[in-house]
Write a protein that binds this ligand. Structure first.
Ligand code: PEP
Length: 256
């Protein structure tokens, strides 16, 4: 039985002052009717503030179980890598999750499958739980090659990573043409892809590992479409961008 997992990707929004107010607001209004796993992924500069607020709020109300993730990290331990943040730095802050290979990193900042693979290995080495993002462009989908493309990404990204390591992994299927566009994949198309990903994990690892793997859908998830997406058998949650920085929308998605 897989526990659904909804994560909010705040992207480059909410400076730490705004993030503190925002996460306090979420905590005051927080109800988790579906009893699911929840995480928020602020910018690096807001991580510590958000973690401290959540520590405080959950001490007052044990129902507030919101985990914190980073949006990226580098794969090296330390050294001359100006501007980068190491897995150990995140772990020491109290971060639990880390988004790896988001399409905005791939498209705008030159992230490639080889570096995604190194980052995944580094995350597992530091006991961080990666949310691996995969997704195809509109061109790839229109050419009818979406499934092959995504499965190839999965094979490259998970190269030489063991079944034991991937027990902490979440995969987010995020078609690039649906991110921030207001245009979501149909629940059927999204489910078809999530099912294909599960099938590939079963081939690469085992049926049991595939069965337990959390696969999220991401791409213009809103309170109005969360329920039908989440009802699909192979979709186990959502990675939410735009709607995750609007408190009422994010709470409505959690309570889909
Ligand atoms: C994302 O950033 O991962 C995302 C899915 O964004 P949005 O929900 O805004 O499409």
């Amino acid at each position: 039985m897989r526990t659904p997992f909804i994560a909010g990707n705040w992207k480059m929004n909410l400076n730490h002052n705004v993030a503190i107010k925002f996460i306090e607001d979420i905590s005051y209004k927080f109800e988790n009717k579906n009893n699911i796993k929840i995480a928020v992924c602020p910018s690096f500069t807001s991580l510590r503030s958000v973690i401290l607020v959540l520590e405080d709020e959950s001490a007052k109300n044990a129902n507030i179980k919101i985990k914190v993730g980073a949006q990226n990290m580098y794969f090296e331990e330390s050294g001359a890598y100006t501007g980068e943040v190491s897995p150990e730095m995140l772990k020491t802050l109290g971060v639990e999750y880390v988004i790896i290979g988001h399409s905005e990193r791939r498209e705008l900042f030159g992230e490639i499958d080889e570096s995604v693979n190194k980052k995944l290995k580094a995350a597992f080495n530091h006991d961080l739980k990666p949310i691996l993002c995969v997704g195809e462009t509109l061109k790839v989908r229109e050419e009818g090659n979406a499934i092959d493309y995504i499965l190839m990404q999965i094979r490259k990204d998970l190269k030489d990573i063991s079944g034991i390591e991937i027990s902490g992994l979440t995969i987010a299927y995020e078609p690039i043409w649906a991110i921030g566009t207001g245009k979501n994949a149909t629940p059927q198309d999204a489910n078809e892809m999530c099912k294909a990903i599960r099938g590939e994990i079963s081939k690469l690892y085992s049926a049991e590992i595939a069965e337990n793997l959390i696969i999220q859908y991401g791409g213009s998830v809103k309170s109005s479409n969360a329920k039908e997406l989440m009802a699909m058998p192979d979709i186990d949650g959502a990675l939410v961008g735009g709607a995750s920085i609007k408190a009422d929308d994010f709470l409505a998605i959690i309570n889909y």
